[in-house]
Design a protein around this ligand. Structure first.
Ligand code: PMP
Length: 417
């Protein structure tokens, strides 16, 4: 096992084969070889393989019992017995997959019931369910904006949003992260009517773990007459009196035209959705290619998503428990002298000094039975190397103590220059 993140090429035959190719295959092959060389070992952030799960935040990795602080299972619902029972029952009754799109034979009672549950949860007339959060962003943004429109998006937005902007055919420009003044400047400079502008932002940004200024940005957008879209992928279930996200917590729901979210984090399965109060947006069912041209969610996923959303809506205590753990975790990390990118919250990052130190630190944590995410450029803003964590209601106080004890032992190495 080498200390360097860049390993010896373990597949020289692959590199030799690449040199014989031309054009697209050669370029793609060379990138593949390069990645292969740098991720040769099992203890590389891109090669983590979970051998067994023992609940939402405990697993066996490389033969070692490991506590997971990088799962996005904020509420632990992926192992909730009620969600598992709902999935089991749907699996037996409806089979393993839907085998078709929602507009063909893939529209089952469960999909419609899930949409009704989400619409009720958000107190909106309707909701549209997609097969992933990525596709919810793709389908909604491409369904809303096209040639001749302008999309202004927060510079820290997720890759699925950027890809959706590209695919939409609209012109798109970033505004400075969380900066209503910069958004205002771009809206004033725009050469298209405001009614053709879509402003896109997130509720909770999962790299730094900072909260979006949904109210400030949406107010500026509305002052100009633009449409507002918020991705609540990470905020769902964690913020707001009803758990609807940061938009709800900031009292900004009346300013937002479309809210998109995912089932792959607090809900514990996979899938995505869009809710809106505009009747015109029901047309998304016929315009969103990511809705039309892909298979609908498997019935077991649909049933557990619905159960999880009902739990989120009816059990605020779970959210409170997650917050208690998140604060304990973050305040503990800060007390040890580490630098967090944002205020304490359920997801966030600890700054590392550089790539080699970050990689070594991440590997040492793994060797001691702690898994977090290592984020490196270009996945991070400003070229930072970050240890990204997420805290779950399913963590015990003992799990957090274990993490803090290990971080205490490793602190001198991480903090001193
Ligand atoms: N939006 C944001 C902000 C995300 O972080 C993610 C996933 N990391 C997605 C969308 C995509 O969600 P999914 O995993 O459900 O495709």
């Amino acid at each position: 096992m080498s200390d360097s993140p860049v390993q010896q090429n373990t597949r020289p035959e692959a590199a030799a084969a690449t040199t014989q190719l031309s054009g697209i295959l050669r370029r793609v092959g060379m990138i593949g070889d390069m990645i292969d060389r740098s991720v040769g070992n099992a203890d590389h952030p891109l090669r983590i393989q979970i051998e067994r799960f023992d609940g939402p935040v405990q697993a066996v990795i490389d033969g070692r019992q490991t506590t997971l602080f990088g799962t996005n299972s904020y509420l632990g619902l992926n192992f909730d017995p009620r969600c598992i029972a709902a999935a089991e029952q749907a699996l037996r009754q409806w089979g393993t997959g839907s085998t078709a799109s929602r507009v063909a034979s893939g529209n089952q009672d469960g999909h419609v019931a899930l949409e009704r549950t989400i619409a009720k949860f958000y107190d909106r007339p309707d909701a549209i369910v997609f097969s992933t959060g990525f596709m919810a962003n793709m389908g909604t943004i491409c369904g809303l904006a096209s040639d001749g429109d302008l999309i202004l998006y927060d510079s820290h937005c997720h890759a699925s949003i950027i890809d959706a902007c590209r695919a939409s055919g609209a012109t798109f420009k970033p505004f400075k992260h969380n900066d209503p003044v910069d958004l205002d400047r771009l809206l004033k400079e725009a050469t298209v009517p405001a009614s053709r502008i879509l402003v896109v932002l997130e509720g909770l940004y999962s790299v730094w773990g900072d909260v979006g200024d949904v109210k400030g940005l949406a107010t500026v957008a509305k002052d100009h007459g633009a449409l507002v879209f918020v991705d609540e992928a990470h905020g769902l279930g964690l913020y707001g009196d009803n758990g609807r996200g940061v938009t709800e917590a900031q009292g900004a729901e009346h300013l937002v035209d479309a809210i998109v979210g995912t089932f792959s984090k607090s809900v514990g399965v996979i899938g995505g959705y869009c809710v809106t109060m505009h009747p015109a947006l029901k047309s998304l069912r016929f315009l969103a290619r990511a809705y039309l041209y892909t298979a609908s969610l498997p019935p077991a996923v649909v049933a557990s998503a619905r159960t999880a959303i009902e739990i989120i809506a009816s059990e605020p205590g779970l959210r409170a428990e997650m917050w208690r753990k998140a604060e304990r975790f973050c305040l503990g990390v800060e007390a040890l002298g580490y630098s967090l990118c944002a205020a304490p919250g359920p997801v966030g990052s600890i700054r590392m000094r550089g790539l080699v130190q970050g990689m070594d630190f991440w590997r040492d944590l793994l060797a001691r039975g702690i898994y977090v995410n290592l984020l490196i450029p270009p996945a991070t803003p400003a070229g930072e190397v970050l240890l990204r964590f997420s805290v779950s209601a399913a963590h015990t106080d003992a799990d957090i103590d274990k993490f803090l004890d290990i971080m205490r032992e490793m602190a001198p190495r991480a903090i001193s220059a």
